[in-house]
Design a protein around this ligand. Structure first.
Ligand code: PLP
Length: 550
């Protein structure tokens, strides 16, 4: 009897210990989530599903901050002038955009979310800039009306060296593989050089080619799960890794990503979770987050007030990566650098070289294809293997019809060859010094002109911050376009410069930014009284949401 009782005590004790350990791990996981909604993907999705649509009347549009009548008039007049200018200057570009938007889902989506949705329709119907361009040269693009615009879109980050560079990669590449044409499966010999160079650049053993950055990330995570036999991936709050479901657990993905942990960036609590959990296969790092840890891409639709801040601290981020590296090594967690965006922009050896940290796997894409679509994964030999010697049926599958397409491989070849030239090596020399000085110059000019705008930068990637509370920051993108500055669809939140911007080009952009921001200021959009705070703006929007919900 005593023995049975003892047995139950021991069993109960073990169960209690197991339960306590589980509760402890769960608590640590909660602690490692960023306090923002972005740190709580499921809640963010539930919340997003509840947000009701409503839009402002014309009257509310100009007085969403309770501005006095003279300011409202200033805004109305300014808006009308801008609409006239757009109608005259972007006639053909806007006409074609209008004609085809109905049939292009992507355009409907991007045009809708350029500004907060309460203001969106009014703007869409009146400020038609259009989405078409016909040519590019130097740092400029030309629209269908012949307007030349300074390109600040960076083509989603692809354009590192200037469009002429990529035209050359594509043209020379085409010549190289013309005789083979679009034969798939068998490889063109240029692939050999690409693999050799990528192994050198990444310092890793093997390479696989894919058709997009998203697919390279998918493959990295799949292999990490296969080799570690663990289920979960860790992504750091705010980071973008493509549009595959597991790396996009929040709004935008209708399904729950059950095997993804979204943890705080640059946080000791995250390191603790990595130390104590047994189910983590890999950690994904997008080094772009160094500029704005724990927050997402700065789209105008999310800039509903001016509370967003950004600051890049190279030493602090390097220290964080070192800590991550150590924990991942100790716990056999695969450390994946997703360099699809920043690879080749920061240094010839990418973020690994720039921060001096070695990853177990690295994904590249965008610019690597020399202007054509690509994704590439480099990794340690043991992690890249897709089969087991001792279990022949247990494989890790990856395909893709257009992987290693000859034309893509040839423009990649041209890209990688040019990286070795003295001309490109010189571009990388003093890169940060150059771009930090440029950002500082822009900030000084903005301050001198007493404009409520500043930028923060990670090398040639700039993000815009607004220093005074306002409901109209998103209007800046339209004033900047009127000044001949082309921004990406996320609007005024991000400028991506190509490295062929000369000092004179940059100075011209600064002048135009100042002119655009001054015009916006003159038109009264940045008026504020002491009652207008970021907190008050948020509270007001919440009230509006609730009143439209119930
Ligand atoms: C860091 C990062 N990873 C992955 C992707 C996805 O690449 P793609 O758009 O080629 O699928 C992107 C795209 O912006 C990215 O910035």
């Amino acid at each position: 009897m005593e023995t049975i009782r003892l047995f139950y005590y021991i069993l109960g004790g073990i169960f209690t210990l197991w339960l306590l350990a589980k509760v402890y791990r769960r608590l640590q996981l909660s602690r490692a989530k960023h306090r923002s909604l972005a740190g709580h993907s499921r809640w963010a999705r539930r919340f997003a599903a509840l947000v009701p649509y409503y839009e402002y009347s014309e009257e509310q549009f100009f007085a969403a901050d309770d501005a006095p009548p003279d300011i409202v008039k200033q805004r109305r007049d300014g808006f009308a002038r801008l609409a006239d200018l757009y109608a005259q200057r972007f006639t053909k570009t806007a006409a074609l955009t209008k004609e085809v938007t109905d049939g292009i889902s992507d355009m409907q989506f991007t045009s809708r979310y350029r500004v907060p949705y309460q203001f969106s329709r009014y703007v869409r119907e009146r400020l038609r800039g259009g989405s078409f361009v016909q040519s590019s040269h130097g740092v400029m693009v030309k629209d269908l009306d012949g307007n030349e615009l300074y390109d600040l879109t960076g083509s989603y980050g692809v354009n590192v060296f200037g469009y002429d560079f990529y035209k050359e990669c594509i043209e020379r590449g085409n010549e190289r593989v013309r005789e083979l044409g679009p034969v798939l499966g068998a490889l063109h010999p240029v692939v050999g050089y690409n693999v050799k160079r990528l192994r050198e650049i990444s310092g890793l053993d093997e390479v696989s080619f894919h058709m997009s950055g998203t697919e390279a990330v998918m493959q990295a995570v799949r292999l990490a799960r296969y080799h570690t036999k663990r289920t979960h991936l860790v992504r750091l709050c705010g980071a973008y890794h493509g549009w595959w479901g597991d790396v996009q657990p929040g709004p935008g993905n209708p399904q729950t990503a059950h095997e993804t942990y979204t943890l705080s960036d640059m946080s000791d609590a995250t390191l603790t979770v990595l130390r104590i959990r047994k189910d983590i296969a890999c950690v994904l790092v997008n080094p772009l987050q160094a500029l704005h840890p724990n927050s997402g891409a700065p789209g105008d639709s999310t800039l509903v007030d001016s509370s967003r801040s950004a600051h890049y601290n190279r030493a602090a981020y390097t220290h964080w990566l070192k800590q991550l590296r150590e924990v991942c090594t100790q716990k056999n967690i695969v450390l994946i650098f997703d360099e699809v965006f920043v690879g080749f922009r920061l240094a010839p050896g990418g973020a690994q070289e720039y921060f001096g940290i070695k990853a177990d796997m690295v994904t590249y894409g965008k610019t690597l294809g020399g202007g054509l679509p690509i994704g590439a994964l480099c990794g340690r030999k043991d992690l890249m293997k897709r089969f087991r010697e001792d279990r022949p049926a247990d494989i890790c599958f990856a395909r893709g019809t257009f992987n290693s397409h000859p034309y893509v491989m040839a423009s990649t070849y041209e890209f990688l060859q040019r990286l070795e030239s003295d001309q490109v090596k010189n571009i990388y020399a003093n890169l940060d010094v150059t771009w930090n000085a440029r950002a500082a110059k822009l900030n000084a000019r903005l301050r001198e002109a007493q404009l409520p705008v500043q930028v923060a930068n990670l090398s040639s990637i700039f993000t815009v911050m607004y220093t005074e509370p306002s409901r109209y920051n998103w209007m800046l993108q339209f004033y900047l376009r009127a000044q001949g500055l082309a921004l990406s669809w996320v609007g005024t939140g991000r400028f991506i410069f190509s490295l062929n911007y000369s000092d004179a080009d940059f100075a011209a952009v600064v002048d135009r930014m100042i002119n655009g921001a001054q015009a916006m200021q003159r038109d009264g959009w940045w008026w504020r009284d002491s009652l207008l705070t970021n907190k008050m703006i948020k509270r007001r929007i919440l009230k509006e949401l609730l009143s439209h919900l119930f």
